[in-house]
Design a protein around this ligand. Sequence first.
Ligand code: MN
Length: 426
Amino acid sequence: MNVTLFEIFAISLVLLVPESLSDSLYLSHRRCSPLGTSVVTSRPDGSSDSCTCHPPPPPTTTIHPPAHKWGRRHRPPKATWKCTTILAPTMKAAPTATTNGFENSLVLVKEAKVKLRRIGVQGAPIQKGQPKLGVENGPMLIRSSGIVEFLQDVGHDILDYGNIHLGEVFNAASVGGNVSIHDPADVGEATHHIYNNTKQILEEHRFPLTFGGDHALAIGTLSAMSEYYPDLAVIYIDAHADINTVDTSPSGNMHGMPLSFVINDLYGSNSNLTDYFSWVAARIPANNVAQIALRDVDPGETAIIDKLGMASFTMRDIDRYGIRRVVDLALDRIKGKTRPLYVSMDIDSLDDMEIGSTTGTPVPGGLTLREVLTMIEDLYRSANIVGFELAEVNPALGSEVAGRRVAEISRHILSCVFGSCYGRRV
Ligand SMILES: [Mn+2]
């Protein structure tokens, strides 16, 4: 057989071209000698790997790729000393933040500088969104934890705007729907004031930090936040879905309705309350809102959530995936890692064992304090939080001891919001 020099050259080239590395797993078996030598192989993407010669694994543990994956140069290993490396060529080593092998270790945290911010604190002592008295003193209890002074000591530029004056409307009105909605005029006026105050804080280039008050306050804060940040994403941490409309609300309490006012997919569903909420513009797409810690959802709310395909994570999801994975999934669903993120947190998202019934609608089986702190720290590290609120703290419910504990819990949570989970870092 006549073979030209050119053909020999061409055949050699084919033999030298490495196998396709597009498969997720790529097994390279190379004969090597002498024993113990390191073999370095360059890969097409510029990276390289090395391995040390070793005896062939026992037959029972040998990994054999499918026959079609064997190239010309690669034959099933013979019973001889080989250099065997399992490569994952499509996965480059990610630059992981590790110190002494521990991701996010305290050593690393010590090195990390806290991002100092301009913060505007406001108390939203609204109570008419639900029937229990005392929640209007929530801002006072949260402030008593010393959180404002702490954040100041850390170095944040923090200004306390005090408690918002919520107006003086007392003519409780009933409107249509399956039940009467309680006090819509009061809630409408109060949330309008909360909206205006939040807007002012934003216009003064500060991070709105709101202490509630019942959760109806979110009608005001979310309206202002979504007006200032048109692509706002929202993480809503709550035992309840708070997305009832006039037609679905079983209780008529407006603290269970704020999301139905501000989600634009639900625009018009509370149209018979327009007299009191004409100032609200529903700007937030349902796709931009994720709910976490759900465990007490009304049937009408389930229907809304299903219809809108919302990113709603129940306690069952947290059991299954763990809180860190849930936070990651939630942020991915709402593109919360690339958008300004608002976090609305109801203290009843925590397990009732943690907060000792210091809230109007406690539900057992909720988040532990540890899960909450992990969640907030992950949100701080993965997203750009532009505003935060803590609602439904009611010092009149629960014991005095529980009240002190919930104040301390609030201080821990709010420290984490600003990157100080481990105490002061400046
Ligand atoms: Mn709530």
